[in-house]
Structures are given as structure tokens and as C-alpha cells.
Design a protein around this ligand. Structure first.
Ligand SMILES: Cc1cc2nc3c(=O)[nH]c(=O)nc-3n(C[C@H](O)[C@H](O)[C@H](O)COP(=O)(O)OP(=O)(O)OC[C@H]3O[C@@H](n4cnc5c(N)ncnc54)[C@H](O)[C@@H]3O)c2cc1C
Length: 456
């Protein structure tokens, strides 16, 4: 029986462990901070739980339009919200641990270093252990980037891992960084009722996302009272008597009660022994892998954020599963990033799948595009939804769907129809012909597909 040692208990690691066990391997998983990884304990699960409360309050704030009189005093009790976030994250971690235990995965609470391609050293509370193994999967994730001139103190200057200790809603949260994480937290604290300033070094928020989608979000942010500072690069963040001061590279300053740093992530690949055994890293420290998660050393695989391929929990999990299928001789489908769907959990949400507008513009392929505002959808009108759209990209001629964008409430759910279409190479006619409920937001997905018919 092959013995696999997995370093890291996030989705890259634990999903691999479950697959490896199912395929008959003996599996040891080493995790230093908690099963579920950053995904479950500090990043994805906590942030989406916080956003659930913020979304509820955002809905309540628009209740007047639907004829409901809501007292102005409705507000979130942040201590209870944060306690719920941490409780839920721990419960999710426990669930994953139970699943692993039920699959006979041996879990070791400790810090691992790679000794050779066939051995892993683990430091635990009761000493050091050497594990002899047939293969290794490195799934050690990443941690928040900070700057020497903006040192988090866990009280006022915070990373996204530290915000759940807040007992009261910040009076004025300054979020530095307008990528996905920055935009999600800015949206969340705005929805919870805090004054929010979003400091963006680029000319618009969400520079990596669909331009039309980012424009909707920036418009909604400013309409809801957020201050969005474009072309504003942070030089330093310091504590003041009243809170924090953010100084920009052009000398301007912004004062607030708290500052959240969302400056990106750094892979957890230092001090692991990777370079010593010959595993190639790129200039930013990410582990170089191929589409079946192999590193440059035979028998050592890597998955998830430590590879920097696409920093998503779903991609980490898929890379881990593929690695184990490859190692243990099961059918392997190499990672295909052209079919990944992802979501930005702002309010409204931005969901995307397949080719992006930018890829379409840079591609030699002939692609047709249809974009339909949600405001024309009957269900959207009933629910008081004004912002958002559905956009579909298809190959000219055949009409095969190659990508899509949905902006709106629960876009993360609506995108699934387009995700199936991209994954199964369905045509716009096939998407349009499938019945949708009337009235429903998904009607707009079918209608956008229908608008591409005459071209196909
Ligand atoms: C705020 C935020 C929100 C996010 N929301 C989403 C979302 O909604 N959807 C989504 O798909 N993605 C989301 N992401 C991205 C997602 O969290 C990551 O892509 C995902 O965590 C990657 O999983 P992983 O298994 O690679 O690493 P992780 O989940 O980080 O797990 C790695 C684990 O390895 C452990 N480890 C590291 N070194 C060692 C060692 N030497 N020995 C033992 N253990 C070690 C760490 O303790 C950690 O627990 C979010 C990210 C952030 C920052």
C-alpha cells in the first residue's frame, strides 16, 4: 500500500487526503494551525459568514422600496457577529476533521519540513518525528502580505485574519487594496454600517475583474456612501491617538478608526526544505507545478495557494485531487483553468466563468457577446434589484458558450447554468431552450443566450 504524506490541511491538502484514502493509500496529513486551513479558519469561511450578516442588513436597508417600514436603529452587534463567525469556522474545521478520521487519514498536529523526496520531518508538541513516505503533497497555502511601513498590531491596523477580534463596529474602516479581498471587506463593513474608505492604487476597484462588472460595483459603493480613492498608493499606516493615519505616496493622508490591509498573499514555501531537495520555485516563491500538480522533483506534488496557479479554494481542492489521481494511477483530467468559475462576494456579487472580456479581446477567436441588464428582468423589478447584468461570450458560428459574467444578488448561484454550458460546450441555443421559471433572475441568463441566436 502506498504511503502519502500531505503537508497542509486546507482544501488543497484535505481533499487530496480523502481521494488518496479512497484510492487505497495510507495517508498522513500534517497541519500546524488547524484542519481546514486558512480557507476554513481565517479566510474564506469567516469572510463569507461576516458577509452573510452584511448582506442581510443591505437587504433590510432597501426594504422601504418594498413597502416595509424598518426602524433606523437596526444594526449589527459586531461582538455577536464575530463570535458566530469564529464558532462556525471551528464547526466547519471539526466537520472536515471528522471526515478525514472516518477515511482513516492519520492527522498530525505539527510543523513539517521536507527532508528528502521520501521523508518528512515533523515537529510536534511531544518532539520530532521522521515520516518515511512514498510521495509528498505540499499544500501549505499562503499568508497575508504586509509592508514594513504598515505593520499590523491586531487592534487598529489589521490583516484579514485579525478582524474577527473586533468587539464593536469600526467607526471608520480604511481598507487598503481594492483587489477581491479588499473589495469584499469594504462592501461588508459598508453593509454593516461603518464608514468605509477604499484606497486603491489603480484607477478603479477590482482591476483584475470584468470592467463592466467593476464599474457597477464602484458605482454601488459610492452610491452607498463609501469613499473610493483611485490612483492612491499607500506609503505607510500608523496609529494615532484617535485611530489610524494612512499616508499616500503623493503625501495626502486619510484618518480613520481602523485600517484593514488587503495587499495580497505570500506563499508559505520558505523554511520548508523545498529548495534543498530541488523543488523549483518561481521568483515570487510559488512552487512551479504542471497541470497534474507535479513539481520538479519526482514524488513531490504541490497544490493550492503555495503554487499560485489561481488562488481559490476550489482550484486548490482540484489540484490536490488531480495530484492523488495521478500518483495512484486513477484516471487523470489535467487542470483546465478555462472552465473555472469564481465569485467576488461584494454586494451585488460578481460571478465569472471561462473566458473573460480581456481574454476575448486578446484572443484570435471570433467571439460574440451579449449583455443584458438585470433591471429589465421582472423578478428583479419585484425584488427591487436595480444593479447587475448577465453577459455571455460564445464562439461565432457554432454558438458554443465559452464564458460568462453575472453581476447581481446571489450571482454565485446564477453562474452555475453558464458553468455547465462552458464545461459541457453547450451552445447558446441549448442554454436558451432550457426552461427557466417565470419570473426568475435565471430568465435573464436564458434571454442573454437567446440574443446570441441570430448570430450563430
Ligand atoms: C479573505 C479571503 C477570502 C477568500 N474567499 C474565498 C472564497 O470565497 N472562495 C474561494 O474559492 N477562495 C477564497 N479565498 C482563497 C482561498 O482561501 C485559498 O485559495 C485557499 O485557502 C487555498 O487553500 P490551500 O489548501 O492552498 O491553503 P490553506 O487553506 O491556506 O491551507 C494551508 C495550510 O497549510 C498549513 N501549513 C503551512 N505550512 C505548514 C507546515 N510547514 N507544516 C504543517 N502545516 C503547514 C497552514 O497552517 C494552513 O492551514 C479567499 C482568500 C482570502 C484571503
Amino acid at each position: 500500500m502506498a504511503h502519502v504524506t500531505i503537508v497542509g490541511g486546507g482544501p488543497g491538502g484535505y481533499e487530496a487526503a480523502l481521494v488518496a484514502s479512497r484510492l487505497g493509500a495510507q495517508v498522513t496529513l500534517v497541519e500546524r494551525d488547524g484542519i481546514g486551513g486558512s480557507t476554513v479558519l481565517t479566510d474564506c469561511v469567516p469572510s463569507k459568514t461576516l458577509i452573510a450578516t452584511s448582506d442581510l442588513l443591505t437587504d433590510v436597508s432597501t426594504a422601504g422600496e418594498l413597502g416595509v417600514k424598518v426602524p433606523a436603529s437596526i444594526r449589527a452587534d459586531l461582538a455577536s457577529v464575530d463570535a458566530r463567525v469564529l464558532r462556525l469556522a471551528q464547526a466547519q474545521s471539526d466537520d472536515v476533521a471528522h471526515r478525514l478520521a472516518a477515511s482513516d487519514v492519520v492527522m498530525i498536529d505539527g510543523t513539517a519540513t521536507i527532508e528528502t523526496a521520501g521523508s518528512v520531518r515533523v515537529e510536534t508538541a511531544d518532539g520530532e518525528h521522521l515520516i518515511e513516505t512514498d510521495a509528498i503533497l505540499v499544500a501549505t497555502g499562503a499568508h497575508p502580505r504586509v509592508s514594513p511601513d504598515a505593520q499590523p498590531d491586531g487592534e487598529r491596523i489589521l490583516t484579514w485574519e485579525q478582524v474577527y477580534g473586533l468587539q464593536e463596529l469600526p467607526e471608520h474602516m480604511i481598507v487598503v487594496g481594492s483587489g477581491v479581498t479588499g473589495a469584499e471587506f469594504a462592501s461588508a463593513y459598508n453593509g454593516l454600517g461603518a464608514a468605509v474608505t477604499l484606497v486603491s492604487s489603480r484607477d478603479r476597484v477590482l482591476p483584475g475583474e470584468d470592467v463592466d462588472a467593476a464599474n457597477v460595483i464602484e458605482d454601488v459603493f459610492t452610491r452607498r456612501g463609501m469613499t473610493v480613492m483611485g490612483n492612491s498608493r499607500m506609503a505607510s499606516v500608523v496609529r494615532t491617538d484617535a485611530g489610524v493615519r494612512v499616508t499616500l505616496t503623493d503625501g495626502r493622508t486619510v484618518e480613520g478608526s481602523h485600517c484593514l490591509l488587503a495587499l495580497g498573499s505570500i506563499p508559505n514555501t520558505q523554511g520548508l526544505g523545498l529548495e534543498e531537495v530541488g523543488v523549483a520555485l518561481d521568483d515570487a516563491g510559488f512552487i512551479a507545478v504542471d497541470r497534474v500538480s507535479r513539481t520538479s522533483v519526482r514524488g513531490i506534488y504541490a497544490a493550492g495557494d503555495c503554487t499560485g496557479v489561481l488562488m481559490l479554494a476550489s482550484v486548490a481542492a482540484q489540484q490536490g485531487r488531480i495530484a492523488m489521481s495521478h500518483l495512484l494511477g486513477d484516471a487523470v483530467h489535467p487542470l483546465d483553468l478555462s472552465k473555472v468559475s469564481s465569485n467576488v462576494f461584494t454586494s451585488p456579487e460578481i460571478a465569472t466563468v471561462g473566458m473573460s472580456q480581456k481574454q476575448v479581446e486578446e484572443s484570435d477567436l471570433q467571439i460574440d457577446v451579449a449583455m443584458l441588464p438585470l433591471a429589465s428582468n421582472a423578478r428583479a423589478k419585484m425584488q427591487g434589484v436595480h444593479d447587475g447584468f448577465v453577459k455571455i461570450f460564445c464562439r461565432r458560428g457554432m454558438g458554443v458558450v465559452v464564458g460568462g459574467v453575472v453581476v447581481g444578488p446571489r450571482a454565485s448561484e446564477l453562474i452555475h447554468a453558464l458553468s455547465i454550458a462552458v464545461s459541457a460546450s453547450l451552445t447558446v441555443d441549448q442554454v436558451a431552450d432550457a426552461f427557466t421559471v417565470y419570473p426568475s433572475m435565471s430568465g435573464s441568463v436564458a434571454e442573454a443566450a437567446r440574443r446570441l441566436h441570430h448570430i450563430g
